[in-house]
Design a protein around this ligand. Structure first.
Ligand code: UTP
Length: 305
């Protein structure tokens, strides 16, 4: 069995929930504290040992490529000023991974975006990390998924327990327990089901380790929910263990995850990550307490410095 060495990051969506901010800029470039969301995702792939990163991009996505390329003008200016701290930060994203890019053309859905990786990936299993989904670096997910993939030679998805009222926003999994507390066998998947027909409140989140057979399945997957080619529909087929592809397993994630494509979650991500930062937490924490106290006592928010 081939080892996973490649990460695919779909980042070609239109980001309509974030308009007008995403009119001319990809949502994956929105800053989360002082790094664009996409950098956290690439860092996570590299941290899990996946240095070969293929990004699926589209129109208006040049900023993504530029972010992982050299910025000679900025570098020269920082060098001249002797600002080595910032220079290091600028160079860090350039040297982070072996970056590759392919365009999706029309954004016909996540399944269609993943299919664009076929030529680059070849015959080995590979990881998919959604470009707008951040997993807190202090919590382990992808490494555990790679471990489960290696042990079971199957396709692995990440599952998060959500409020049943929220399940209509995700793919939902029907599952069976296994001999491992954090691993389930996925027996079925439904994309964005209504609460009353959802097979569980276990939602698929934006990390996958896929066997390459997924490409053949995606090639014949018909547009599903929203008229888009859904990765969930292809995985539903694989869950039935088509032609001995090993089936689908789920790793239940109990850590912190931020969907930066959603405005409220995006704001929460910035606050949660900034309060724990050495350079910003000291200033932010007391301000936040005062601000929250003001909300409790109905003080207009403008009264807090
Ligand atoms: P989303 O559904 O969250 O992205 O897709 P979106 O379509 O950009 O968002 P809204 O709903 O319009 O605001 C999840 C991930 O899949 C990628 C997105 O870039 C995001 O990282 N994606 C989605 C593609 O690469 N191509 C697509 O056709 C659709």
């Amino acid at each position: 069995m081939a080892k996973v060495t490649k990460a695919v990051i779909p980042a070609a969506g239109l980001g309509t929930r974030f308009l007008p901010a995403t009119k001319a800029m990809p949502k994956e470039m929105l800053p989360v504290v002082d790094k664009p969301a996409i950098q956290y995702v690439v860092e996570e792939a590299v941290d899990a040992g996946l240095h070969d990163v293929l990004m699926i991009t589209g129109r208006n996505k040049n900023a993504l490529e530029n972010h992982f390329d050299r910025a000679t003008e900025i570098e020269a200016s920082l060098q001249k000023k002797g600002d080595t701290d910032r220079l290091e930060k600028v160079n860090y994203s350039t040297e982070l991974a072996d970056m590759h890019y392919v365009r999706q053309g029309d954004p016909k859905g996540l399944g269609h975006a993943v299919l664009r990786a076929k030529m680059h990936v070849g015959e080995a299993p590979f990881a998919v990390l959604l470009g707008d989904d951040i997993i807190d670096a202090r919590d382990v997910l992808l490494k555990r998924m790679l471990q489960v993939q290696a042990e079971r030679n199957a396709t692995v998805v990440a599952l998060l327990e959500v409020d049943p009222d929220q399940i209509h926003m995700y793919g939902a999994a029907a599952v069976e327990t296994t001999d491992e507390d954090d691993v389930v066998r996925v027996t079925g998947l439904v994309e964005k089901p209504n609460k009353d027909v959802a097979p569980s409140n276990l939602a698929i989140i934006g990390r996958y380790v896929l066997r390459p057979e997924v490409f053949e399945i995606l090639e014949h997957t018909k547009p599903g929910k929203g008229g888009e080619i859904q990765l969930t529909d292809a995985l539903e087929e694989m869950a039935g263990d088509v032609e001995g592809t090993g089936g689908v397993y789920g790793v239940i994630f109990r850590g912190r995850r931020y969907d930066t494509g959603d405005r409220l979650d995006y704001i929460k991500a910035i606050v949660q990550l900034a309060v724990d930062r050495e350079d910003l937490g000291v200033g932010l924490r007391p301000w936040l307490r005062e601000f929250a106290a003001g909300l409790e006592s109905n003080t207009p928010s403008g009264d807090v410095d």
